[in-house]
Design a protein around this ligand. Structure first.
Ligand code: NAG
Ligand code: NAG
Length: 432
């Protein structure tokens, strides 16, 4: 054996030192990333729906192929439909009551996302979620949108069963920054009680500091964008609101007469003060903190809330109207052409008669409940949330939306948001 020369030793040392530094560097990089990686455990995507007891569900494990369903693959659709012939049983309040007796285990087992990127943490979101049934679907919606630095106010209809309510309360107690609305309202379609829980939640949420945007959901919706994507889009909104509403489609009947709940009286109502132009839109909004503060604390906000109380379907008038009267100086309000304002907060297919063929699922009260053949269009939508899904109707549609959502969360940088699209929206360019 030849003796190594000193030169050799020196180079050898230099090389190993180099490796050593490189190793340290990689370690540093990795640990830095680890800090805000949403999933500290094994690749989530691989197990996207094998969570806790859901593992029992053979359907999820064997017969689904979400990727193919999102691509509209006909064979995959046939297989999925066949697999879904066996009805799926949803998890019960009792299951949740037991599972929630150990919060840490629950969050781990159900794979809650317990961290977020610095960018997301600097831009907390405030949610109100109105629910009345189907605990599993409520929990899976919350699991998707939940991040510990956001805020969530949940309202359970006062008519809901006791065990459902109790399970939601336990769920809220297990999750930081999730709380129940201060009181329960008997929510009745077309009445003030649809708007009331939103107002209750807004008031509570305003007590929490620093959040930037308010989003309101119901139990049967699902996000089309991850939290990081929502943050990116809402940052692009530059303090404007995305609230649906125009003047053209409003029903004069609703605001020209006094209503008693669901029924119109013959008593004429005088128009609102401050030259408020009335609009018709949706109760589901993406609004800045300033807008919410105006609704709850300003003189005009309080006055107008009282004013709409005895109108018909006030939830479709209230938020929409405040957003289209620039002279009221409502933060984030729209100043452009009202009849041309797009609405990106919600993707909802309203279908009447013939149009029903555009719904791949089923049409319930003129709204499409999405099924597996709707997945390709859901994949490409620019809206923030989709309405609606029924967990027991074509359950693979929901399962696949969830798989996509968690895949995207785990690999967020691979799905860039089309920032130019959002920044050129009329309400982003023209607002208070
Ligand atoms: C954001 O809005 C403000 C006024 O509200 C405006 O001055 C600014 O140019 C906007 N920023 C972008 C990037 O559009
Ligand atoms: C999610 O990720 C897994 C693993 O990479 C992949 O097999 C699956 O097809 C992905 N699902 C979707 C809907 O993209």
């Amino acid at each position: 054996m030849e003796q190594r020369t000193p030169v050799c030793k020196v180079t050898g040392f230099a090389i190993s030192c180099g490796f050593c530094l490189l190793f340290l560097f990689i370690l540093l990089l990795y640990s830095g990333k680890e800090n805000y990686s949403p999933f500290k455990q094994a690749p989530y995507a691989m197990k996207a729906n094998r969570l806790g007891v859901l593992e029992q569900n053979k359907l999820d494990q064997l017969q689904r192929n979400c990727k193919a369903l999102f691509e509209g693959d006909r064979h995959a659709v046939m297989q999925a439909k066949k697999a879904m012939e066996t009805p799926k049983k949803a998890l019960t309040p009792d299951f949740y009551k037991t599972a929630l007796s150990d919060c840490t285990a629950f969050k781990n087992k159900r794979k809650y996302i317990l961290s977020a990127s610095p960018e997301e943490k600097k831009f907390p979101l405030a949610f109100s979620i109105l629910v009345y049934k189907d605990i599993e679907q409520v929990e899976r919606l919350l699991r998707a949108v939940y991040r510990p630095h956001n805020f969530y106010c949940i309202h359970v209809d006062s008519k809901s069963p006791k065990d459902f309510y109790e399970a939601v309360v336990l769920l809220s107690e297990c999750l930081e920054n999730v709380f129940m609305a201060p009181r329960r309202v008997d929510v009745r379609w077309a009445e003030f009680s649809v708007l009331e829980p939103e107002i209750l939640c807004m008031r509570e949420l305003l007590k929490k500091k620093n959040w930037k945007y308010f989003l309101n959901l119901v139990g049967q919706e699902f996000p089309l964008k991850t939290n990081k994507e929502l943050v990116k889009i809402l940052q692009t909104y530059n303090n404007s609101n995305d609230i649906d509403g125009n003047i053209k489609s409003r029903n004069l009947d609703r605001t020209e007469y006094v209503w008693s709940g669901f029924y119109r009286t013959n008593v004429k109502k005088s128009p609102p003060r401050w030259k408020i132009k009335l609009a018709k839109g949706s109760v589901h909004i993406a609004a800045t903190r300033g807008y919410v503060d105006y609704v709850i604390n300003s003189e005009i906000g309080k006055y107008f809330l009282e004013w709409v109380k005895d109108t018909g379907t006030p939830d479709e008038t209230f938020f929409a109207t405040l957003n289209i009267n620039p002279h009221l100086k409502v933060p984030g309000a729209f100043t452009g052409d009202i009849e041309k304002k797009p609405f990106l907060t919600r993707y909802k297919l309203w279908l009447y008669g013939e149009d029903a063929k555009y719904c791949g699922g089923k049409v319930v009260r003129a709204i499409c409940v999405f099924g597996v053949t709707d997945l390709p269009k859901l994949l490409s939508r620019k809206e923030l949330f989709a309405n609606k899904f029924h967990l027991t109707f074509e359950p693979l549609a929901y399962d696949c939306m969830e798989e996509l959502y968690f895949n995207r969360t785990a690999n967020e940088d691979h799905f860039p948001i089309d920032v130019d699209y959002y920044s050129s929206l009329p309400f982003v360019k023209q607002h208070i």
